[in-house]
Ligand binder design. Sequence first.
Ligand code: 0A1
Ligand code: ZN
Length: 877
Amino acid sequence: MREGQPHTIYLKDYTPPVYQVETLNLKFELGDEFTVVTSTAHYQRDPSHLGNTLLELDGEDLELISVQLDGRYLQVNQDYRLTPEGLQILTMPAQGSLEIVTRIYPQKNTALEGLYQSSGNFCTQCEAQGFRKITYYQDRPDVMTLFTTDIIAERAKYPVLLSNGNLVAAGELEEGKHWARWLDPYRKPAYLFALVAGHLKHVEDFYTTGSGRKVTLRIYTEPHNISKCEHAMQSLKRAMRWDEQRFGLEYDLDIYMIVAVDDFNMGAMENKGLNIFNSKLVFASPETATDQDYINIESVIGHEYFHNWTGNRITCRDWFQLSLKEGLTVFRDQEFTADLHSPAVKRIEDVRMLRTFQFTEDASPMAHPIRPASYMEINNFYTMTVYEKGAEVVRLYQTLLGRAGFRQGMDLYFARHDGQAVTTEDFLAAMADANQADLKQLQRWYDQAGTPEVKVTMTYDATAQTCRLHCVQSIPATPESQHKQPQLIPLQVGLLRETGADLALYLEDQPCDGILQLTQAEQSFRFTQVPEQPVPSLLRNFSAPVRLVYPYTEAELIFLMKHDSDAFNRWDAGQRLAMRAFESLLLDLKQGIPLGLSHECVCAWQVVLTDENLDPALRAEALSLPSETDIAEQLRPADPAAIHQVREFVLTTLAKALRLDFEIIFYRLQHQGVYQIDAASMGKRRLKNVCLAYLGHLDDQAVPALCAEQYAQANNMTDALAALAVLVDIDCPERVAALQHFHDRWQHDPLVMDKWFALQASSSLPNTLQQVQQLLEHPLFDMRNPNKVRALIGSFALRNPWHFHAADGSGYAFLAERVLWLNERNPQVAARMVRPLINWRHYESGRAQLMRGQLERIQAHQGLSADVYEIVSKSLA
Ligand code: 0A1
Ligand code: ZN
């Protein structure tokens, strides 16, 4: 908990560590009430620091038992001092061995940071700064060392003892105890340390690397989940193969272990050789996991595996560089999924998420560059910006340099920096040097926050047969800076003829690949040999994370929806068309004009829906209109009730107008026989279930029956859940029966029950908040489990904007109360849960004041954690 105000840490204050650590031996004596940790580190002072003898070690919530230097016990205040931040060795020689013994209480650790227990087993989470809750140490990523770990525990309770690297010795001890020693041959920072001890079973497989080394692969779980690991194991093997093929990167240890735990603050963690995963991202079976779960598991297994090179072999110099490993690794996992499935679908999904959540963050009081210049609490910077915008910035290199050039840059990055802790500048330099390219201006993407806006206008000269695109870029003011410099923005474009075909592009008579490089605030590009007035297709494949503004007419958008050769832009034209419709409907609503959707609009979606040549997954994407959150962010100040009404109107209008098409497609795709998880089958299920969701908007007795039937017949969770999702929005007996049935069938499976909680929290029925409050008391709900909190409270606040933003402020008050409860126990999760309140300025004044009121209530609370304090105080500033 906070003592005084948390202070701000600045990138500009970085200084290299005075001492490096040659080796670190850790001994854990795991007990029922407490754990004793003995850490023995060999320190070596940097020769450039002659006079400095202070060694500062980080430590939090530790009970110090003893400190020895080269075998001599040190005296408090004479040889060392305890501070609020940790421990200072006052007279540290140029080199020496420090043995520190501490006592910690993992069983009482509700923050799930450091060493803690989940389902009675021990596990760790050390990123970013959890290691300091285990022992006194320089808990910073630029201190890398060789770890040896001894684990001692009662054999009956903890038969499995794991840590990073290779098992080198093990044995029995008295009183039913046993021990194991693990040695990691790679130097690593403390944040990559991991320990697991428990009653676990494992599945095992093998992978032979390109160079012929046989690697043992193991996934550890509690015994009852052992049958659900096959998909994760196959995903791991695919990831290992892909990284060899695409980037020439092989795995480097003899064993790769994954442990699934139920209580985890995030998705998963890339600890060297011993990944720890939220069980949600490991377990899958057709009956319990949706298609999306299958895809997420493959992608996160890939992500953590790819970290072995981008993160572990080359790590970050300091936490400001977090995007160095995260942006790059997200980019790599995106490419992995795209290569294995559909690149267009993957791109659309990633951009949808980026726009909904990262653009929103970039427009919030917490806006920060992908490489922030300051922070109070680093855990608050594991954000959509650092991860997803960071990945978009890595993608810029590939767009500018091509795949081959990007690969050369990666090769040089590994050749130069393997084994080091580096900065984003080092990455940029490797990319530039390997390609002899001047990429200096890309640096601004790392230093400036805010989503750039690119306004394009087009003029066509029929006589000269030229077409000019005039581009103006601007970046909104954000907390770190009011005045922004222009960024290097690759704008991929096409020009469409009346037939819908792409024109060959010539820029000032030179053939052009369609990638315009915007480098200035204003710039014009003149295309020559343009025989007719074209329709421009701009920002193809979303070539940069910007908001593109172009004065498209409705007819042009419909034309692009039909003809654009770029699948992403075909989809995006539909999204723009929908957003235009929402905008004018909101105006009509305000002015009391009866709502109506143009016939052309309806036909445009009909064409997409019924286009049998189009991949069903892409048809499903096109029919998934911008969410209420998207609309709120784009059409400010937002009135969530009006937005809900208008969006429901559009969905209902389309459902009525295209009912026959929805039904035909639904019934045609209804029964697919054996459940398969390939891209084609998933696409068909997706389209079918989108049709069902539209049909759900019809006020028709037949719909609940149809959903109930699909729910009852489903041989997989995707179809069952899709049917239930439609039912939860309809007040009918089928809803009650299906929810009860789902509960009774799955009450033994916490991950499946998360879906049950989430669905009810997302319901549009009027009493949803009361329902959510009742569910807090449900015997299977547990506020101490982050997955449960995200399922029930997160879904309500993020996936149910209409109820969360109830005009009486009840949704806000509910969230604030939960945040305060969490603040005492798990500050990281509390800080995540408070975020739906921070964009209060984007809402109409009544709601804005109510949201602000709840933020003030939280701010006034005594004992606010640094995590929550940072977000709340920045939001109110
Ligand atoms: N590095 C992990 C994510 C992660 C970050 C922080 C955590 O605890 C505060 C846990 C996991 C990844 O990118 O997958
Ligand atoms: Zn990561």
